[in-house]
Ligand binder design. Structure first.
Ligand SMILES: [Zn+2]
Ligand SMILES: [Zn+2]
Length: 310
């Protein structure tokens, strides 16, 4: 399989989705499909896997080679986009396709994943760069403004930055790479609804913008809003019996410890444990049991922190 240099071949933008670049080349050269750009193509759907497109693009020295880390491990079936970016820039950004990407920080609006006219989802293969298959312009999708925590979380995801003067439960120098940032947001989106200790547990509601929002707002508030963690743990505690929900808070910290042992999570874990200790103390009092704060701390830490089995 080989990418053939087409007559018109502008450079790829640094943040452009590799498959989106192939679409742009095809449209510019009036090819019916990006498959026309290849010799010996195994199947047209193979192009949508980001790894393959990246490999082929890297081999083409005329394509303006660009790093593509943020294109990997994401939605390869349907387009997610910012209508204002489409109108202004005319290309698809890699960052949109992450499952935990929900906002455009340039325009401070929610991303969308449906046609503004026929409301169907937009398969990458059958959607033109700026039009739905039904003919509607993607740029005409209604625009909805995001709140500050959602904006901060998107900046954190895209660039790794915690801006000055912004509240965050993570320190500025967190040192988390793109995949760790993605995994963290994914875990937070998942935990409130499907708290499980299993690895690779994924909240399938993240796959569509409409159902993803509530989960992304929860995660954003936890990370970037004062008292956000308390709100998150309070919501967690609104389930089932007190015994069950207090155990969920400890399991949450345990899950964090397993996936995120880095010191930058210490504050988050400590605050969650503190929340549990005081909740447990109040419950004990309510049920006529006496308990000491110090004993509760010891119990909580023994439950969630690594230790040698005795
Ligand atoms: Zn935008
Ligand atoms: Zn449409």
């Amino acid at each position: 399989m080989e990418l053939i240099k087409p007559p018109l071949h502008p450079d790829r933008f640094p943040d452009e989705l590799p498959y989106g670049y192939l679409k742009r080349l095809a449209e510019l050269n009036q090819y019916e499909s990006p498959a026309w750009l290849f010799r010996n193509l195994s199947s047209p759907s193979a192009l949508q896997t980001s790894a393959l497109s990246v490999a082929e693009l890297s081999a083409a020295d005329w394509a303006g080679n660009q790093p593509t880390a943020s294109a990997v491990g994401a939605n390869t079936q349907h387009l997610r986009y910012c209508p204002l970016c489409i109108a202004e820039r005319g290309y698809w950004r890699s960052a949109w396709q992450s499952w935990v990407s929900c906002a455009c920080t340039k325009h401070q609006i929610w991303l969308v994943d449906r046609c503004p006219s026929c409301h169907s989802r937009l398969p990458l293969a059958s959607t033109n760069l700026s039009h739905c298959a039904c003919g509607a312009r993607l740029a005409e999708a209604p625009v909805e403004i995001i709140d500050s925590p959602v904006e901060q979380m998107q900046i954190f995801l895209d660039e790794g930055d915690v801006p000055d003067g912004v509240y965050s439960i993570l320190p500025k120098e967190h040192g988390l790479d793109y995949s760790a940032r993605t995994a963290l947001i994914s875990l937070l989106c998942n935990w409130l609804d499907y708290p499980k200790l299993t690895v690779h547990n994924f909240n399938h509601e993240l796959k569509q913008c409409g159902t993803a929002r509530i989960h992304l707002v929860n995660a954003a508030e936890l990370l970037f809003q004062p008292e956000g963690l308390d709100t998150f743990l309070f919501r967690l505690s609104q389930r089932d019996s007190p015994e069950y929900y207090t155990s969920l808070i400890l399991k949450f910290v345990l899950r964090l410890n397993i996936d995120f042992p880095q010191p930058c999570f210490d504050t988050l874990k400590h605050q969650a444990l503190s929340y549990w200790v005081h909740l447990r103390k109040a419950l004990d009092q309510e049920q006529g049991r006496s308990s000491e704060i110090a004993d509760l701390w010891e119990y909580a830490e023994w439950q969630v922190l690594p230790h040698d089995p005795k």
